[in-house]
Design a protein around this ligand. Structure first.
Ligand SMILES: Nc1nc2c(c(=O)[nH]1)N[C@H]1C(S)=C(S)[C@@H](COP(=O)(O)O)O[C@H]1N2
Ligand SMILES: [Mo]
Length: 418
């Protein structure tokens, strides 16, 4: 609706202005003139032609969610702005990143994958060859095993922390590629083989062992992400994608798969990604990401402007299969109610949950807890630390809590629970 103040562009003024800018040599064509005037158009979009088509789209100028960069060094990460997103799919340019030695520059035409070891026919595949095999697409989450671990300091729990800083090493995409099983059938796995070693072509030459049974079941050699070629940050032109497994096993810039009888015990699975349990033993190959949920709204730094009805929203996921239930508590964990799950509920993918909450304007703590199809329930922080010890920051999938103060201010509330 044009307001009384909004200066309207009359048809006459439009024509004079258009020919005016062309005559003035500011722009050459009418299309350019329309662009220029549309940009300068003050208010009423029904009175001026809109911007024209473009080869690549862009976000609205006022909508620019960004990844949060943690360590601007070679070993670096950036986190998905979970609180800014809707639904479950992460826009590719907001997918979290975790690189041990930066992003290598690799050309599609030059890339090769060697598959060897305990196989009948060792083979080298070029990308064009891989793309001729049957193509599969799966919507799956990817989560770093360090997600949620970084901010924990057991002496001093932070309260002013966003869900992005806390749990932003989580993203969901539609991954496209060839099933690993297709390629392993092509090379012929020899009897006695039990593991594969996956090796990246970055300067970290990151490598991890993955059980053969797993990769035969549902792993993908992925070259596509949300409908387009996978991004350089996600492993262009090829990554291994192990659904439900800790992110570091999904080796990016994948250049080699070796079929073995034993895990290789590479640097990346001995010096890292092992969990000291506190009793002198260490948990190694903690590969599956257990069920977890996070409330993305309301969360810090949001301030509830008013009491009344609010929809609590969040994401739940499990590396063991489908999420079957998400419960929400709005009284610090005393009472729990089932949240609504927004389908389709996919295997090893994120699901959106929501729960209507009438806030009475008093101090409270809200929490969520997820259950997956195996019956596993997301633990409390005490349960997790009792089972796993407190010496590891990996796999911190315990229930998260947000404290709502009388002022409406929302802060990370776990500190009050332990
Ligand atoms: N070659 C290689 N693969 C890699 C990494 C790496 O540094 N190099 N980082 C791993 C880690 S720790 C994670 S959590 C995921 C992150 O994938 P993303 O950057 O696509 O989000 O990739 C894994 N694969
Ligand atoms: Mo990771």
């Amino acid at each position: 609706m044009p307001s009384a103040e909004s200066p309207k562009l009359s048809r006459r003024r439009w024509i004079t202005t258009t020919s005016g800018v062309i005559a003035a040599g500011l722009v050459k064509t009418q299309a350019d003139a329309i662009q220029l005037i549309a940009q300068e158009a003050p208010t009423d979009p029904t009175k001026v032609p809109g911007r024209l088509v473009s080869e690549i789209g862009s976000r609205a100028p006022g909508e620019q969610p960004k990844r949060l960069i943690r360590a601007p060094a070679l070993s670096s990460s950036s986190r998905t702005p979970l609180a800014d997103l809707m639904g479950t799919i992460t826009p590719a340019d907001l997918h979290f990143e975790r690189h041990h030695a930066g992003i290598p520059e690799i050309r599609f035409e030059d890339h090769e994958l060697l598959v060897h070891g305990m196989v009948e026919r060792p083979m080298v595949f070029r990308m064009s060859e891989l793309m001729r095999y049957p193509q599969v697409s799966r919507i799956r989450f990817l989560e770093c095993s360090g997600n949620g671990g970084g901010v924990y300091n057991r002496e001093r729990m932070p309260t002013e922390v966003t869900v992005q800083a806390l749990d932003g090493l989580l993203s969901t995409s539609e991954w496209t590629g060839v099933a690993v099983s297709t390629i392993l059938r092509e090379v012929g796995v020899r009897p006695g083989a039990n593991w594969v070693l996956a090796e990246g072509g970055d300067s970290a030459v990151m490598s991890r062992s993955v059980p053969l049974e797993k990769v035969m079941k549902d792993s993908i050699l992925a070259y596509g992400q949300n409908g387009e070629r996978i991004r350089p940050e996600q492993g262009y032109p090829l990554r291994l994608f192990n659904p439900g497994y800790e992110g570091n096993t999904s080796v990016k810039w994948l250049r080699r798969i070796e079929v073995t009888d034993q895990p290789t015990h590479t640097r990346d699975e001995t010096s890292k990604y092992t969990d000291p349990l506190g009793d002198g033993t260490v948990r190694q190959f903690s590969l599956v990401m257990d069920a977890k949920s996070v409330i993305t709204f309301p969360s810090y730094p949001y301030v509830l402007p008013d009491k009344g009805w609010w929809e609590i929203r969040g994401l739940a996921w499990s590396g063991r299969g489908r999420i079957t239930r998400v419960e929400v508590s709005t009284d610090g964990g005393r009472n729990w109610s089932d949240a609504a799950l927004e389908g389709p509920i996919l295997d090893k993918s994120t699901v959106r949950f929501r729960h209507l909450f009438e806030w009475n304007g008093r101090d409270t703590v809200i929490l969520s807890r997820a259950t997956d199809e195996t019956g596993y329930v997301q633990p409390t922080v005490e349960q997790l630390w009792e089972a796993r010890g407190i010496r590891t920051s990996y796999h911190q999938n315990h229930q998260r809590a947000w404290k709502i103060a009388r002022t409406g201010e929302v802060t990370f509330g776990l500190g009050d629970l332990v």
